[in-house]
Design a protein around this ligand. Structure first.
Ligand SMILES: C[S@@+](CC[C@H](N)C(=O)[O-])C[C@H]1O[C@@H](n2cnc3c(N)ncnc32)[C@H](O)[C@@H]1O
Length: 291
């Protein structure tokens, strides 16, 4: 597979080739928390089909109850986790109000961006917690979007800490900066515009290293950019279900696991939150008494 420099990895490539958002016509009607996971969409789509087609009411009730339970579980998970800050709440709600179609029509984005691109409340709080556990000072992120994950991370950084966020789209830098300007943590966020692969290559050549790295799907491990003892997190590891769904023939979906598996010096754990988050560290930072 040839990835050009516009693509930072498998996820970007999958977006551009229309794989990620082709499987549900019902996304617009499903609440945000409910469709961060493809099996949830599929179930919702199935419910809508059977409701329209004169199916046995007992079947409809069972599917409807299952949908409801998943929704309620998501809401419960949100409420049980720490609340996000006022500025994060603003970023979140403004992202949902924003006219993404207009940005696309004006040529600002390569596709019609969706509000659910942001990682969401629970994932944001997970990032914040992990950054504090790592006692990270310098963090690298690929994919700023409206700044939700960047600000979640910045809130856990010390006053002299920094998150460098790589983003391909200039208009998003302006949008995100406007949304986070009320937070004093915003000054820790530095945005670099350009194709992430090129910026990563430059960082790597210059020997730049970070305590933590957050990728939105990538087929490289990029571990050399992470300091010894550091952590890399890769979001969208499930590739919206394509990575594990036997009937899905997305040729890019299996690449990430293949690349990571081929490196025995990496410890990996796939967290089943939202679209799957790979947490990767060097094996000798995890198994610390290896002879
Ligand atoms: C899923 S969104 C990121 C969401 C964000 N991390 C959050 O949780 O709020 C992915 C972002 O990556 C950007 N992007 C896509 N391909 C890129 C590339 N090759 N280089 C840099 N940024 C890229 C997109 O413009 C988009 O804003």
């Amino acid at each position: 597979m040839a990835l050009d420099t516009q693509n930072c990895g498998a996820i970007s490539a999958a977006w551009e080739q229309g794989y990620l958002f082709s499987s549900s016509k019902n996304r617009g009607t499903v609440p945000m928390t409910f469709f961060k996971c493809r099996p949830n969409w599929e179930l919702q789509a199935c419910l809508e089909k059977v409701q329209a087609g004169g199916v046995d009411p007992e079947v409809i009730r069972t599917i409807s109850d299952s949908c409801e339970m998943l929704k309620v579980r998501d809401e419960f998970t949100n409420k049980a986790s720490s609340d996000h800050s006022n500025t994060l709440a603003k970023v979140y709600s403004e992202t949902f109000k924003y006219d993404w179609q207009a940005d696309f029509d004006q040529g600002k984005t390569a596709s019609v961006y969706k509000p659910f691109f942001l990682c969401g409340r629970v994932q944001g709080q997970l990032y914040k917690s992990l950054v504090s556990m790592q006692r990270a000072k310098r963090v690298l992120e690929v994919g700023l979007f409206t700044g939700y994950s960047a600000l979640s991370i910045a809130e856990a950084l010390p006053a002299d800490g920094e998150i460098v966020s790589l983003e391909i789209c200039e208009s998003l830098r302006i949008l995100a900066q406007g949304l986070i300007k009320d937070s004093h943590h915003g000054k820790k966020i530095r945005v670099k515009i350009g194709p992430a692969l090129e910026t990563l290559r430059r960082f790597s050549e210059a020997g730049k290293q970070f305590d933590m790295m957050f990728l939105d799907g990538d087929d490289k491990d990029n571990i050399e950019i992470v300091k010894e003892g550091g952590t890399m997190l890769i979001d969208n590891a499930y590739v919206m279900g394509s990575a594990y769904c036997p009937s899905d023939n997305n040729p890019l979906a299996h690449q990430l696991l293949k690349v990571i598996r081929s490196r025995p010096y990496l410890h990996r754990v796939l967290l089943p939150l939202n679209d799957g988050i790979f947490m990767i560290r060097r094996m000798n930072d995890v198994e610390r008494d290896v002879a």
